[in-house]
Design a protein around this ligand. Structure first.
Ligand code: NAD
Length: 483
């Protein structure tokens, strides 16, 4: 029977063996809350320490393994993910609630990431420089960092773990992976594939459970050399403090409140498409979602009217139903939070344009309609990350004002601009205070082979993905020798 169709009982993978939990938890299908997707193992501190010990023991062998061996393992994982993208996409849609096409695309992305880093394992380079002293040779090489803890959020349960685990293994590190508690089965399915790819026991370990117990043990443990985390700003800050105290390497990808500027000279249909996709697809549960739509005054009203029309036609429903364009919110707590922001918007005097109501569908699920507001820059709904299908429009006098509004945020992940002006596009790419810019494209939706990350409160540490991942997953050694 296929993965997506049965109730799973995911267990931890520790030192090459499948291990039951200290306790168990359940994951629920947000499109139909009657369905339990999995009853999964939850670890305590003790089991987490066993997983760390396994990764420590496996490190000498894996860190000295040949690039070919690492490439072969990653390539196998990538091929299997690609071959099974429909089946695993079903599982992802069931457990997290993104629509089936989005889920299949995410699994394919994870497969491509593994294949990319299979290639990178063969391209780990160094440098040889002439010394300033006679007869001395200087070599600069990259070595693995050691044991890497991968702590992932729920919103991309295949792609985000893939873009951390694949480079970690490619560069010779061993891994302890903790998925988010809402999506354990996706994490387990990825681990199950990796368990059959020729990795020595302990090289890759899966440990499921709470952030407070499992996550914190990983972050504070003296044998964990590096922590790669994606999640909320508050958790990220806690991890930064804990890792700084023991000088462990850390990489944090956190929230966003990403602007999409629409100038008066933009192709308005294209701009509305960018806003619709960027703000509402994946139910707005993307760190790269465009939650602030900054629109130049001459096209403000026309833009709002066209976007509202598109929202009214957007099909919200069960993630697995053909034709669904927006799935449910991931769980009840996130839905309540989204609805509370609707109340906050009303209280602070923002102008409600569309949606934001709880919806009933054939199956009981966490459904809500996409919401649009007209807001002022100081409103909380225009400043705080909501992480749901709620966007607000801010009116701008001109390009300069729009850019000022775009940069007026504690976040700095990505920013978009819709325009036909080369001058403004060029200026924007240089002056947007973010890690990624998009011109005439949605802010969400990025390539798998180039760096990903932001500035300000959105990110900390070296970039993820592409060959820039080497900065985090390797440490540089400078070797001198008298020839
Ligand atoms: P979260 O911070 O609650 O949890 C993320 C992970 O951290 C989970 O695995 C969780 O169990 C773990 N965790 C929680 N407390 C911990 C602790 N004290 N020590 C160690 N680990 C701990 O985030 P979430 O709700 O899963 O995800 C939503 C957030 O993720 C949003 O804010 C979103 O913007 C952000 N996000 C950012 C990016 C990015 O790349 N910038 C991508 C996706 C999601």
């Amino acid at each position: 029977m296929k993965l997506g169709e049965i109730r799973q009982q995911p267990r931890h993978l520790i030192n090459g063996r499948w291990v039951s939990g200290a306790t168990t938890g359940i994951s629920i299908n947000p499109s139909d809350t009657r369905e339990v997707v999995a009853e999964f193992a939850r670890a305590d501190r003790n089991q987490t320490e066993l997983a760390i010990a396994a990764a420590v023991d496996a490190l000498p062998q894996w860190s000295l393994s040949t690039p070919q061996r690492r490439a072969d393992a990653l390539d196998l994982a990538g091929s299997e993910l690609l071959a099974r993208k429909e089946e695993l996409g079903q599982l992802l849609a069931r457990e997290e609630g993104k629509t089936l096409p989005e889920a299949i695309a995410e699994v394919a992305r994870a497969g491509n990431i593994f294949k990319f880093f299979a290639g990178e394992a063969l391209r780990i380079g160094g440098e040889t420089l002439a010394s300033v002293r006679p007869g001395v040779q200087v070599d600069i090489t990259r070595e693995p960092v050691g044991v890497v803890a991968v702590i992932a959020p729920w919103n991309f349960p295949f792609a985000i773990p893939a873009w951390k685990i694949a480079p970690a293994l490619a560069y010779g590190n061993t891994v302890v992976f903790k998925p988010a508690e809402l999506v354990p089965t996706c994490g387990w399915a990825l681990a199950e594939i990796l368990s059959r790819c020729g990795l020595p026991a302990g090289t890759f370990n899966l440990i499921m459970g709470s952030g407070r117990e499992v996550g914190q043990t990983l972050v504070e443990h003296p044998r964990v050399n590096a922590v790669s985390f994606t999640g909320s700003v508050s958790t990220g800050r806690r991890i930064l403090t804990a890792t700084a105290a023991r000088q462990a390497k850390v990489q944090l990808e956190m929230g966003g409140k990403n602007p999409l500027i629409v100038l008066a000279d933009a192709d308005l249909d294209q701009a509305v498409d960018c806003a619709l996709q960027g703000s509402y697809f994946s139910t707005g549960q993307r760190c790269t979602a465009s939650s602030r739509l900054i629109v130049e005054a001459p096209v403000h009203d026309a833009f709002v009217a066209r976007l509202t029309q598109r929202l009214a036609a957007l099909k919200v429903g069960h993630a697995l139903t053909r034709g669904t364009e927006m799935g449910p919110v991931v769980d009840g707590a996130q839905l309540e939070q989204n609805l509370s922001y609707m109340a906050i918007g009303a209280d602070e005097g923002a102008q409600h344009v569309f949606g934001g109501e709880r919806l009933e569908r054939e199956t009981p699920g966490h459904y809500m309609s996409p919401a649009l507001w007209l807001a002022e820059p100081g409103h909380r709904i225009a400043r705080e990350e909501i992480f749901g299908p709620i966007a607000c429009v801010l009116r701008a006098d001109d390009y300069g004002h729009a850019l000022e509004l775009a940069n007026d945020t504690p976040f700095g992940l990505c920013a978009g601009l819709c325009t036909t002006s080369l001058k403004h596009a060029t200026h924007f790419r240089r002056h947007a205070q973010v890690g990624m810019t998009m011109v005439n494209l949605p802010t969400a939706g990025v390539d798998f082979h180039v760096p990903f990350g932001g500035r300000k409160d959105s990110s900390h540490g070296p970039r993820e993905q592409g060959r820039y991942a080497a900065e985090f997953y390797t440490t540089v050694k400078t070797s001198y020798m008298l020839a």
